[in-house]
Design a protein around this ligand. Structure first.
Ligand code: BGC
Length: 530
């Protein structure tokens, strides 16, 4: 590598250094903002009560539906919970058309979602679907169906939503490139149910689920260990975590009914907006530019340093900066004698390097994962993905170093979030040797090389965790949280409804009995006057 390229690359990677001290400062601030969010509404970490007051133990059974909106794809699934920690899942997946992510009205998006549910039912549950259609036609009831014939559906909606109940909640803000202003403040379950009803589908939106909560439930169902799972976390297009909190710590008011007997509630932290005020988060010129040019400047500041949607863009801005330095020869090196063709490296005009969001984070995983001495896979990918032709080993190395630095900072920031929650839960100190379980999902934990190892490395240097504590924390991949997890919450919701119906029936019975007793005083009955 020409000396100046090496030096300039180091200058850039140094800006992404997130030291041990930074990690510890981050943890203190994260704990502070967590507690602030447990006390008040409208804080940076939203700490949203989810009305889910327990985690499954693997014995849950039944057939449920789930849909998942929150990233690049929309998934419709039916999930058969077998009651022995296993499940069978059938699903359809479609890419969400880009124009719907910024549609004029929410109806366009939710109408599309309902249509996908219809297609799924016709394809995979035709009998149920047709029987329902027949019943509707012959039934005199206005709705035309019996509740028990409906599929209970868990709606995984992975955006910040203020919940009012297990299947009610209004959208606080869009994230991850979605922007449909008329949906803000509306109940997203009602929006979906309306469109489902217009198509006369046998489906009831029974539960509103954030993907992190689904992940937590799915992990708990599939891997019930000695201790129940503490956190569900997503490190994918976006990032966020949900965890089990003691109700006594939840001091802001929670509307509506929920089961208080467990003493716990799952809280959706919405950590993507941790430290929007930039008290402790690092901020390079590339982070600032990314934020300014985004659809939501000033918010999701933590997410913009951690998740897959943004890492590629940070890398693109950093690499473009090097490329544009007239004194440097990155990807335009006439003297490159180390590339296979002995040709001048160059970048095609239509390259993603010159376009916002033009560098996909998956290329960073490939870069960091390429351990061949001549970085041959990376150089091939640079050519096919970014039209960077005839890159030399030195140039590819610069790309790799930058990708590594940005990914490492993201992993250490992730450790701040996870580590803080582990500390807040008290689980490391309340028992001596039990493990603390975390379910995680998303492209970064799955594909970015050593993402989990880098998180563990950072756990070790967190003061209240240390090497021993880090050993007790288990991060396991929890696939299909948004399917299985949502189904599990639909089950919880259905049980809650059953309980409520029982309670209402019991109350009715009671009231009728009292009325009757008042009308015909029973023998020996006495009335006490206050
Ligand atoms: C959303 C969260 C979601 C996360 C992961 C974030 O942008 O605000 O609700 O859990 O992405 O999908």
């Amino acid at each position: 590598m020409a000396k100046s390229l090496v030096e300039e690359t180091k200058r850039i990677t140094a800006q992404f250094e997130y030291t041990d001290d930074d990690v510890n400062r981050g943890v203190l601030e994260f704990l502070r903002q967590m507690n602030e969010g447990l006390q008040n509404d409208g804080t940076s970490l939203s700490q949203i009560p989810t009305y889910v007051t327990g985690v499954p133990n693997g014995t849950e059974k039944g057939l449920y539906m789930a849909v998942d909106l929150g990233g690049t794809n929309f998934r419709v699934c039916s999930v058969h919970l077998n009651g022995d920690s296993t499940f069978d899942l059938t699903y359809n997946k479609v890419a969400i058309p880009k124009e719907l992510m910024v549609a004029k009205t929410s109806k366009e998006l939710f109408g599309f979602l309902a249509k996908q549910i219809e297609l799924f039912l016709k394809e995979h549950h035709e009998e149920h679907f047709e029987a329902h259609q027949r019943r509707r036609k012959s039934s005199k009831a206005p709705e035309g169906y019996e509740t028990e014939n409906l599929f209970q559906l868990g709606f995984t909606f992975s955006f910040p939503v203020q919940q009012f109940g297990i299947n009610k909640g209004s959208l606080i803000r869009w994230t991850k490139g979605f922007d449909i202003p008329d949906a803000i403040g509306k109940d997203v379950c009602a929006l979906l149910q309306e469109e489902i009803d217009l198509l006369h589908l046998p489906v009831k939106v029974a539960a509103l689920v954030n993907d992190t909560v689904g992940t937590l439930m799915a992990r708990s169902y599939a891997a019930p260990g000695k201790t129940s799972t503490l956190i569900g976390a997503i490190f994918g297009t976006g990032t966020n975590g949900a965890y089990v909190e003691k109700i006594t710590n939840l001091q802001k008011s929670v509307d509506g009914d929920y089961n208080k007997s467990t003493g716990e509630m799952v809280i959706n932290t919405e950590w993507g907006s941790f430290d929007n005020q930039l008290n402790v988060l690092p901020s390079t010129p590339y982070d600032k530019k990314l934020d300014q040019d985004s659809v939501n400047p000033g918010i999701q500041i933590f997410e913009k340093r951690v998740s897959g949607m943004f890492l590629g863009e940070i890398a693109r801005l950093a690499i473009l900066d090097l490329y544009e330095k007239p004194t440097l020869s990155l990807f335009k090196d006439a003297n490159s004698n180390n590339n296979d063709g002995k040709a001048t490296s160059r970048v095609g005009e239509g390259s993603g390097l010159f376009q916002q969001w033009g560098l996909d984070s998956s290329l960073m995983s490939i870069a960091v994962g390429d351990t061949t001495p001549d970085l041959s896979s990376l150089r091939k990918e640079l050519e096919s993905e970014l039209q960077i032709r005839s890159a030399s080993v030195e140039e590819a190395q610069a790309f790799k170093d930058i990708a590594y630095a940005i990914g490492r900072r993201a992993a250490r920031l992730s450790a701040v979030a996870l580590g803080s929650i582990v500390i807040q839960s008290g689980r490391l100190t309340e028992t001596k040797d039990e493990s603390v379980d975390i379910g995680a999902d998303g492209s970064l934990v799955e594909y970015y090389p050593s993402f989990r190892d880098m998180i563990y490395e950072a756990f070790k240097i967190i003061k209240d965790i240390g090497a021993e504590g880090a050993d007790r924390i288990k991060i396991g991949i929890a696939k299909d949280g948004s399917g299985v997890g949502a189904a599990l919450i639909a089950l919880v919701a259905a049980n809650m409804e059953e309980e409520e119906t029982k309670d209402t029936l019991a109350a009715l019975k009671n009231a009728t009995a009292q009325k009757l007793a008042g009308a015909i005083p029973s023998v020996g009955a006495s009335t006490t006057l206050a």
